[in-house]
Ligand binder design. Structure first.
Ligand SMILES: N[C@@H](CCC(=O)N[C@@H](CS)C(=O)NCC(=O)O)C(=O)O
Length: 218
């Protein structure tokens, strides 16, 4: 398996976590987004959308981090990243999508570059934009976690959902790392940050983090 990715990319980080949780070895192919390597023909010829991550597996190329993670979960079911019941799966997917579909698209590299480039906004405006959408999105995430906790049977959750990490944790943790880079205020997001801290105790999350990537640059 070959993962085209970038140490700082949140969507890539999601897949690296899932690969580590599954114990799957992979070749790390760095695509330097900061230097625009994803715009080069060599990468555009591989990737239809020119984004990372891209997973090459069994002669196929898969894009979109959540689709990749679900593929990994279906083809190597242990340890599971989705609950066994339909309701639980819907709740975990909703949590993951709250970050991946509501927060991340407003704040990824091309959107921020467009703000300060063609839209001629200042770096300060860009940062205000970033912090606003991340904070607002994480407040919704916090409410979602609490609402699920209130109705979920069994012992209190350690992670986003239950006693083992799920797809929701694979998506949350990179968003928190990203928010930390922009000094987002996490005050009051106690349930969310408790899940984040619990994840970061696990070797899989530690190994997948940006500072442990071969292309890491401080
Ligand atoms: N929804 C996609 C998002 C992919 C994406 O936007 N990746 C970012 C890095 S986190 C990227 O390649 N950005 C390049 C750019 O914005 O120019 C996924 O989950 O894989």
């Amino acid at each position: 398996m070959k993962l085209y990715n970038y140490f700082r990319s949140s969507a890539s980080f999601r897949v690296r976590i899932a690969l580590e949780l599954k114990g799957l070895p992979y070749d790390y192919v760095a695509v330097n987004l900061a230097r625009g390597s994803h715009h080069l023909d060599v990468y555009q010829n591989l990737s239809a959308d020119g984004l990372v991550p891209l997973l090459e597996v069994d002669g196929q190329r898969l894009s979109q981090s959540m689709a990749i993670i679900e593929y990994l979960d279906e083809t190597l079911p242990q340890p599971p990243l989705l609950p066994p019941d339909a309701l639980g799966r819907a709740q975990v997917r909703a949590l993951a999508q709250s970050v991946a579909c509501e927060i991340h698209p407003l704040n990824n590299l091309r959107v921020l570059k467009y703000l300060v480039g063609p839209m001629q906004q200042s770096e300060d405006t860009k940062t205000t934009w970033y912090r606003h959408w991340v904070r607002q999105g994480l407040e919704a995430f916090e409410r979602q976690l609490r609402a699920i906790d209130a109705t979920r049977a069994g012992p209190a959750s350690v992670y986003c959902f239950g006693a083992t990490p799920t797809l929701a944790d694979c998506v949350l943790v990179p968003q928190i790392f990203n928010g930390q880079r922009f000094n987002v205020d996490f005050q009051g997001l106690t349930r969310t940050m408790a899940a984040f801290e619990a994840c970061m105790q696990l070797p899989a999350f530690q190994k997948a983090q940006p500072s442990n990537c071969p292309d890491f640059e401080p």
